[in-house]
Write a protein that binds this ligand. Structure first.
Ligand code: NAD
Length: 373
């Protein structure tokens, strides 16, 4: 463990000093959220080690931000326990952020076994790799708002609501939560070298996502070539939030785990304010304000595979126990997202600077409302 992190243990300080000079393992670092997290961690002074099996999209944020040159990349599969153990033993990270996953609901219907093995067994492998490593390490495991048994209730899900998940993706994330719970109860107590907690976030948007079957990347792909976007579920409401919002929650949670044993094994929702849940239709209309000419068409199919219609998160626990709350309002979230994609669309191929400037802006605004970065 670095001196800076060692000195940090046992006392409270701000989030950024916690990561300065720390070695941080980010699994899934070539993906959308993992690439933003890696850049933010480097911004905070961390040495980032990435573990991913591939670069999931082309184009990708990982490539356009030049992350290949800036971090230590391990190419490996979290479905392989030895790979996870070797990375932990060789790099001895002070922090692990576990994001690697098969994250797409519709793909999980096509590849249910792959989804469960990656999301549930992959989580098990990372936990086991941490259990047998012989150094102090903090882990934040990223599951999903979809880990809850979705009963389409109008109020937000709380952390102690029943876990479930009807589709294979949601089920695999609910199952991952049970595995984490068992490891915490059995191995990661207060005397352990390992401190682990869980972050659950909702639907994340922001520049640099090119995944298939996600509304913003689908819109950008269509609008960039002047095509009309077709939408299968325009009335579905989702807790849209900018990618920096849950990431600030994960960073806050990790830093608190270094000082506060009460946080061990806790799960936290990181979602938008209760009045910031919007439908797909509203999201697209807001995007169109920044992308003149962007058009969409409703092609709802009543026979399509099941997707949850309503999903809200209650984030009171994160506010009361971590002092975390979302910063951006819906129009700001959409404006930042659209600005990033417009810059890319207009030919900018060095997204490192733009991403860092959005992180700077976010941190500065968060500082102004009293949070310590
Ligand atoms: N994007 C969202 O809206 C959202 C919402 C809630 C939760 N999440 C969760 O956040 C995490 C990151 O999501 P994302 O949107 O950045 O996903 P993404 O598809 O952009 O990236 C997935 C990453 O996981 C890696 N990966 C996949 N299978 C792997 C394997 N077997 N071994 C090693 N690496 C593997 C990929 O290489 C990639 O780096 C996931 O756990 C996802 O379930 C995402």
């Amino acid at each position: 463990m670095s001196d800076a992190v060692h000195a940090f243990y046992g006392r409270k300080t701000n989030v950024s000093s916690c990561f300065d000079q720390a070695t941080v393992l980010v699994t899934g670092n070539t993906g959308f959220k993992g690439s933003w997290l890696s850049i933010w961690l480097m911004h905070l002074g961390a040495r980032v080690v990435g573990l991913s099996s591939n670069i999931p999209t082309d184009p990708s944020h990982y490539v356009t931000a030049g992350l290949e040159r800036r971090i230590e990349q391990v190419w490996g599969d979290i479905r392989d326990l030895k790979t996870c153990r070797d990375v932990m033993t060789h790099h001895r990270p002070d922090f692990v952020f576990h994001l690697a996953a098969q994250p797409l609901v519709r793909h999980s219907y096509l590849e249910p076994h792959e989804t469960f093995v990656t999301n549930t067994m992959g989580t098990l492998n990372m936990l086991e790799a941490m259990r047998v490593c012989r150094h102090r390490c903090v882990g934040v495991f990223i599951t999903s708002d979809k880990c809850y048994d979705n009963v389409e209730q109008v109020w937000g899900y709380r952390e102690n609501d029943r876990l479930g998940g009807r589709d294979p993706y949601s089920g695999s994330k609910g199952a991952a939560e049970l595995v984490i719970r068992s490891y915490v109860a059995s191995f990661f107590n207060r005397d352990s070298l390992i401190s682990v907690a869980v972050g659950r976030a909702g639907n994340v948007i922001g520049g640099g996502d090119w995944a298939v079957d996600r509304i913003i990347p689908d819109a950008i792909r269509s609008w960039s070539r002047g095509a009309v976007l077709t939408i299968r579920n325009p009335k579905a409401t989702r807790p849209w939030q900018h990618v920096l919002e849950p990431l600030s929650g994960y960073l806050t949670l990790a830093s608190r785990l270094t000082t506060d044993p009460e946080m061990i094994g806790e799960a936290f929702n990181f979602g938008p304010a209760a009045d910031q849940n919007h439908s797909v239709q509203e999201l697209l209309e807001e995007m169109r304000r920044h992308w003149p000419g962007g058009a969409w068409q409703d092609v709802s199919d009543p026979g399509a595979v099941h997707e949850a219609g309503l999903l809200k998160l209650c984030c009171d626990k994160a506010l009361h126990q971590l002092g975390w709350q979302p910063l951006l309002r819906f129009p700001e979230t959409v404006a930042m997202t659209a600005h990033w994609y417009r810059s890319f669309h207009e030919g900018n191929r060095n997204m490192w600077e733009l991403t860092r400037s959005q992180i700077d802006l976010y941190q500065e605004q968060d500082r102004q409302r009293g949070r310590i970065w």
